[in-house]
Design a protein around this ligand. Structure first.
Ligand code: AMP
Length: 208
């Protein structure tokens, strides 16, 4: 089964997708993670996109589509995949429709006030990438990852100016995809405001 996670930044796409990947035994492919790995590796792609990502803007369509197309060519996607954070523009959705099929689109929704609270309080481990939240999922020791002892930091794009830009970009470029997938009959709206375990249950229900 090929599944897409839509929804604004902070709605929990990554958190829920990382749990679903274990349930369905299909890979979780996050374009944000692929881009952050390229930035960390300081390769050509990473150097090209670093400032775009830090500002909360979108990486150009042609670059993003190529990265995803290559990733979906890998054999671990033969039985399906979960795409988290792609497509984010109409051009990306159309391109995806040409090189793959989409079975279900999980559309997580949450109000702006809650999204900003979730994003601005997020802390990420520099070593293993695990996410915490200062209020909702605090680490046992301030600033230290519970799992590997690594240092926790705030992503540049989780700073308030960048968050506001990401939300504007979401409403202007990504939200219209809801209508696109509704028309195709694959949109599954999910309320992302309950606790992650509840949201997970709702998502598993629609994927059955
Ligand atoms: P995320 O971790 O999904 O919030 O993505 C982090 C950042 O990566 C976004 O704010 C964009 O700058 C970039 N990005 C991720 N996915 C895409 C995409 N499909 N198209 C363009 N840029 C993307």
């Amino acid at each position: 089964m090929n599944v897409i996670f839509l929804g604004p930044p902070g709605s929990g796409k990554g958190t829920i997708a990382s749990k679903i990947t274990k349930e369905l035994k299909i890979p979780h492919i996050s374009t944000g993670d692929l881009f952050r790995a390229a930035i960390k590796a300081e390769n050509d792609l990473g150097l090209k996109i670093k400032s775009i990502i830090e500002a909360g803007d979108l990486v150009p369509d042609e670059v993003t589509i190529e990265v995803v197309k290559r990733r979906l060519d890998e054999s671990d996607t033969n039985d399906g995949y979960i795409l988290d954070g792609f497509p984010r523009t109409p051009a990306q959705a159309e391109a995806l429709g040409k090189f793959s099929t989409v079975d279900k689109v999980i559309d997580l929704s949450l109000n702006d006030e809650e999204l900003i609270k979730r994003l601005s309080g997020r802390r990420v481990c520099k070593s293993c990438g695990n996410s915490f939240h200062v209020d909702f999922v605090p680490p046992k020791k301030d600033g230290i990852c519970d799992d590997c002892g690594g240092e926790l930091y705030t992503r540049k794009d989780d700073q308030i100016d960048s968050i506001k830009n990401r939300l504007e970009v979401y409403y202007s470029q990504t939200e219209p995809l809801k209508a696109y997938y509704k028309e195709l009959g694959s949109l599954c709206p999910i309320d992302a405001s309950p606790a992650p375990s509840e949201v997970l249950k709702s998502v598993l229900e629609v994927l059955k």
